[in-house]
Design a protein around this ligand. Sequence first.
Ligand code: NAD
Length: 460
Amino acid sequence: MPSTLDVIDPSNGEIVARLGTDHRDAIAQKAARARAAQPGWAALPLEQREECLRRFQKALLSEREQLARTLTLEVGKPIAQARAEITATGDRIEFFLHHAAEALEEEFVYRDAGQRLEERIAWEPLGLVANVSAWNYPYFVGTNVLVPALLTGNAVLYKPSEHAALTGSAMVQLLTEAGVPNDVVIPVIGAGQAGADLLEQEVDGVFFTGSYATGRAIARAVAERMIPVQLELGGKDPIYVCDDAAVATVAAAVADGAFYNTGQSCCAVERIYVHHRVFGSFVEAFVETVRGFRIGDPMKDDTYIGPLARRAQVAVLEAQVADARAKGARVLCGGARGEGPGNYFEPTVLIDVDHRMAVMREESFGPIIGVQAVADDAEAVARMSDTEYGLTAGVYTPDRERAEAILRRMNTGSVYWNCCDRVSPRLPWSGRAHSGIGVTLSRLGIRAFTRPKAWHLRGA
Ligand code: NAD
């Protein structure tokens, strides 16, 4: 009997759809179809692939309202933020469309005087790639792989998260309607087992977005295959507010960085360190901002905090609050799950926190944050660096030199001066340590779907 996947509305726990899932044999057949279709797709002139992706971009934007509603229904993302994600995905696709040609352009690197020896680098698609994806920004993390992979001539087996399967299926449907052949991009529907079964297929590259725990399991599973593996994993991203920062403005900006998407962003601010001289005024302004966040029905235009996508995460947040309290932390606002069947958790601010507490060490992935006072920049650097993760780190100060001195010492893929929780299509997105390996976005994130071929040519 085929198994099914229930799509649950996180705002009320109701089942809103039931999808058939792919078992191992079906996935193997899909892999065979995609493998057979890939050379034909790669042989098309780049312009034809670009035209398909251009049509896909237009369809995303013209269907935005319906797509946003589906995303909100299954993930609980506040509708205004769902719309914003789709709009920004359009901008990312624009970047990829502009830069695909140069990423694929052959480079002549040497010619001898007599023109008899020539050396050049060609860029070829990897072949068939697996895209195993997270739910928190399904349009971003889905298209970060789908679009450059397809532009560069790969076929893609795409497993959206089980928490964003309607959105993932919609994306594939729009891609095929835009002209990408059916067998060149194929969805694989299911939970972790479907992901594991997919990675048993003979794929030429694995592109994963998700947690460190799953990323590690995937790295182990494919280690002997000698194929590129990119892992975009979690974070415990810190922000340091210096004593010369404009505290009220910074507090509002950092609160947004911590609580946007209900705190479920890989680069959400997860730890805040504040110079002791401005700690009191920062915390006051911060809590005031957080108290003003509108929490509720994610389908409402003015909701800022929605339910958590996953029921299990509510208990994780409860445990982090209990652990912090038991070790001496104080809860300034929030601290408890919401009433009713939805996965709500009150926006929570903790002080008197330290690094013995899970809330300062383990990814919370929800609307909860600890704020810790530090004596000076040296202590801030030490605290920010005391983590297994390495995704982003930020500093707020008007003094650029001071910020750059601190940020140079951060072992993270991205650093922010006077901003946070920010991703740019022009810059490489990469993690270090438990935040993963590999690069998406930027020119490097297009090249990631190619492999070089070195041509040595000697005229007779
Ligand atoms: P997850 O690890 O639970 O799941 C991610 C995907 O892996 C899902 O599609 C899931 O079905 C699949 N999967 C689970 N077990 C598998 C297995 N054994 N083999 C193959 N696939 C398997 O993560 P999630 O809850 O979907 O996403 C949240 C995490 O993703 C957070 O840690 C967040 O920080 C991270 N994330 C990182 C980035 C980034 O760019 N670095 C972006 C978004 C999310």
